[in-house]
Design a protein around this ligand. Structure first.
Ligand code: ZN
Length: 198
């Protein structure tokens, strides 16, 4: 038996499909949205639609951005020969927040996971290798310290080594299985400064 109207159920279903939102939270959010003033609901739905419509990959580093080149890649003051490889745009944001990294990034959009059937071709790895044909002196691998992150780091390192470009890995101290975005800035900076050769 349906407890709610079809429209409410539909909203709950859509919200429950989002990561980290269980059925209870989806119900709470759905009723919250329904009780919001109409103008706010319109702003929320427009923000979702606009983000989807206008956000794209940066031509260089593949982070999510509104412009052809993201602000980091477009900045001539940054060291474009130093590339930090991260799993996603949230990790990039975490490093940008500490404001100490002078280089540029490469966003993989995932990590290699044989268990989930995610292979090297499912992440932006070819795109990274293509960038390395330019003037690059060091690649810092800052994937998460999860099994997938470590697997990806090893794979990338093996791929880059023959090119003679320096490959480093951010220092551990980043807790195992830890998502970069949840780690405090001091730990993040220490991990970057204490990076080791691969
Ligand atoms: Zn970029």
């Amino acid at each position: 038996m349906d407890l709610y109207s079809g429209y409410i159920n539909k909203l709950i279903d859509e919200l429950a499909g989002l990561p980290g939102i269980g059925n209870k939270s989806a119900q709470r959010l759905a009723f919250h949205i329904i009780n919001m003033p109409k103008a706010r609901v319109e702003r929320l739905s427009a923000a979702i639609a606009d983000a989807k419509e206008h956000v794209r990959y940066c031509r260089e580093c593949f982070t999510l951005t509104d412009t052809d080149l993201c602000p980091v890649c477009a900045n001539a003051q940054r060291d474009h020969s130093l590339i930090m490889v991260v799993e996603n745009t949230r990790d990039l944001a975490a490093y940008e927040k500490i404001g100490k990294f002078e280089g540029v990034y490469h966003v993989l959009h995932g990590a290699i996971s044989p268990m989930l059937g995610i292979g090297p071709n499912d992440i932006k790895l070819k795109e990274l290798m293509h960038r390395l044909k330019g003037d690059v002196r060091e690649v810092i691998i800052a994937t998460n310290s999860s099994l997938e992150g470590e697997t990806t780091a090893m794979y990338i390192s093996k791929l880059i080594k023959p090119t003679g470009i320096r490959v480093t890995r951010i220092a551990s101290g980043v807790p195992v299985g830890g998502d970069l975005e949840y780690i405090d800035e001091v730990t993040l900076l220490r991990a970057l400064e204490g990076r080791v050769e691969m």
